[in-house]
Design a binder for this molecule. Structure first.
Ligand SMILES: [Zn+2]
Ligand SMILES: [Zn+2]
Length: 166
């Protein structure tokens, strides 16, 4: 969504609220998961003593496949972001990604929100922290079942030794 923010840039002590949604076919987090739904974003722009700040927040459920046991699960995300809007390159911040350059009095809220989401991608997705995963030998789900596979990989050289000894 392209938003004209001339009014906010030019008048101190003003607040402008907004709301918009973006349809995501693919997940913004990775290329494995389909999302197929709209995500709603809410936020506002505020001009305080000529410093313009942008606040965006979102809350949504995302379906995943567990990296360890491959089961389906949903995780809820509540994310919020803030940025400084600058009309030129004069504003310096320690963190450059926090500053958004505004040209021609417009900002692209969709673009900003999508890159914020990508920055929030979870590193690893597990159905639960202590997920035991699948047995790498028989494929059984170790969260619900036990198997008698020997989980230690035996060094093939030692295996030959074992055969000689038995
Ligand atoms: Zn799992
Ligand atoms: Zn097994």
């Amino acid at each position: 969504m392209i938003l004209n923010i001339k009014d906010v840039l030019e008048s101190p002590d003003i607040r402008k609220d907004f709301e918009f949604d973006i349809f995501f076919k693919n997940s913004p987090f990775d290329d494995k998961n389909l999302l197929n739904k709209k995500i709603l974003f809410k936020g506002y722009l505020e001009n305080k003593h000529s410093l313009v700040s942008l606040y965006i927040s979102t809350n949504f459920k995302h379906p995943f496949l567990c990296d360890r046991c491959l089961c389906d699960f949903e995780e809820e995300f509540s994310l919020s972001y803030n940025h400084i809007i600058s009309k030129d390159n004069s504003y310096c911040s320690e963190d450059e990604k926090d500053v958004i350059l505004c040209e021609n009095n417009v900002i692209d809220l969709s673009d900003i929100s999508i890159s914020d989401l990508i920055m929030s991608s979870p590193f690893k997705v597990l159905c639960k922290k202590e997920c035991k995963g699948l047995c790498f030998k028989c494929g059984i789900d170790l969260n619900y079942n036990c198997c008698s596979c020997n989980k230690k990989e035996i060094d093939p050289r030692l295996q030959i030794l074992g055969q000689l000894l038995s």
